[in-house]
Design a protein around this ligand. Sequence first.
Ligand SMILES: [Zn+2]
Length: 66
Amino acid sequence: MICTDELTVIEVDGQPLAALADRLRVPEPAASIPPDAPEHCPACQAGVTAATEVCPDCGLTLTDLQ
Ligand SMILES: [Zn+2]
C-alpha cells in the first residue's frame, strides 16, 4: 500500500481499502493449478499431471495443456 503525506488513500468509492483489496484479490494462474493436479490427455483421456510434458500413452505434447 502506498502511503505518503501526499497520497493517503483511505477509501475508494466509499468503500474501505480492506474491502476493496478483498474484491480485487485474484489468485495467480500458476498458483491455482498445483503441479501435481490431476489432468487428462485431451487426445486419449489418459490420466496425466499438469507437470507431464508428453502423454505417456499417445505421445501428445502437453506443455500447453492447462
Ligand atoms: Zn494421450
